[in-house]
Design a protein around this ligand. Sequence first.
Ligand code: N01
Length: 569
Amino acid sequence: MGEAPHFWIEDRCVDAPRPLRAVVIGAGISGILASIRLPQRVPGLSLQIYEKNPDVGGTWFENRYPGCACDIPAHTYQATFEPNHEWSQFYASAQEIHRYWKKVVAKYNCMRHIKLNHKIASAAWNEAGGKWEVQVQNLETGETFTDVCDVLVSATGALNDWKWPQIPGLRDFKGKLLHSAKWDETFDWTGKRLAVIGNGSSGIQIVPAVLAKSTHIDHYIRGRTWLAPTFAREKVDQMGKGLDNFSFSAEDISRFKTDPDFYEKFRKDIELELQSVHAVTIKGSPEQLGAVEIFTENMKRRLAGKPLLADTLLPSFPPVCRRLTPGPGYLEALTDPKVDVITNGIREVVSDGIITTDGEHRPVDAIICATGFDTTFCPRFPITGKGGVDLADKWKQVPSTYLSLATDEFPNYFISLGPNSALGTGNLLLLIEKAIDYITLCLAKMQRDNIRSMAPRPDAVKGFVEYCDAYFQTTVFSLDCRSWYKGGTSDGRVSALWPGSSLHAMRVLTHPRWEDFVYEYVNDNPCGWLGNGWTLEEKEKRVRVDYLNKDQIDFPPVPTTAETEAETT
Ligand code: N01
């Protein structure tokens, strides 16, 4: 007698989808897209999305600081399948973006999958059961319960964990203390002296927005930064009288709504421009070297009111090393007599203001910290994978992933906007859509192939980490500038960005390389995917032969006589 067979016939049809339950953490843009795409493409999926906030929208719900807007053109910052014909501004405000995503949620009835005011306390992989056990806290009742699921998707966003800056005495300040990401909307800065700390993308939006009503602004900038010329400048100018201070006129919006060709052309022209600048990220490229000249000229022109400021602001590091923003109105605001740009370091905060390292004391009524987020990718709740390995420990030195989407030792765990997923140039929303698409493909494979668990192979993770490190050496991101791309350091590892262009990411994520994963099968049966020799249609007595429909046959091209003759001569 030979060995006993290592497989057996499963009681399932070959095309019966394996029942799956997925939990998604967060209902920002990633979570909303997951709530649409996962049920669309994964048959019979049981899906639950938990959102800690009382509303959907993530970043665009939470960030309410004055001037908060998207510094990427609105027509390229929307879902591909849900073009908005009503954007009122070239750079849409946070409120308008939030309204857009609320509309998407209503249209696709996403709320049937979303529970608001629910926060994840912990998640642990149960190896024996092949399930995630997720502790969820209902923030309204305080009750905690366990949700058991096959697949866990983290859609918490990379820029969500805001933090106070490490400045001595900050808590001793007796005036109003604010953080850009935790804005107090009752705060009225009319007639107040303000300190704005930080010149990242948030500080750059806040300064011009608070200028008019305040009496004075001390703008503390620790490092220099490049400001980009406006994206699609020609397009903006072509809107002629329509684009006043980046707002579309009623006529423009009416044309967007009634003239589909005009809308499509506008949208694609801007997308094309956004997707055509990757070369500027490469060290020493003509585009990178040219950018220095173009950006310098542009910044000097905008700083004409206080020309000496150019010496204070123009960086020695190359453009794009830190995140680039056009910052409409920012440089112009710095030239206002009401604004002082202070480059001396902050020594301490005292009860009525700020003292810099040169000993100067500047009293203010309010301090606005536009000082950013914790971008170390350390998970905000305990999450343990195979053998109890803790993700926070695993990622302490290097947040290692496979394509930013998953990591070894964490089966059935997927991430949208994980480490090495952000973009220095290009279209981030497209990339989020692609990441969600990739996750749907993985879930569909698990259903089809009767897979209990899948995780990237350790060597695939190692390979991606090494690829990232080698790739970034060719780019300006690895040069000497302090940036959240490098976890807030000047010389650290580039842990936030995708290693390539936005179009490169699209191509990579379109076709999963299934050989880069390890699999375990339901019942440990490696042939379970073959089922019991039946299809569902046969079992349910509803056999169809639609495969003979003309639209389902892949007719091969027939060579023309000329082509045939050319081949034979
Ligand atoms: O944060 P940041 P952010 N003392 O980390 C300074 C996205 N976003 O909130 O450069 C003094 O970029 C710090 O100084 P330095 C976007 O991806 C998008 O502005 O480290 N200063 C820096 O100037 C963006 O990149 C939009 O020397 C201190 C600033 O604070 C990301 O969010 C709009 C300090 C922090 O800059 C983060 O931007 C806004 C200290 N102790 C944001 N600590 C869109 O429009 C920190 N700083 C899409």
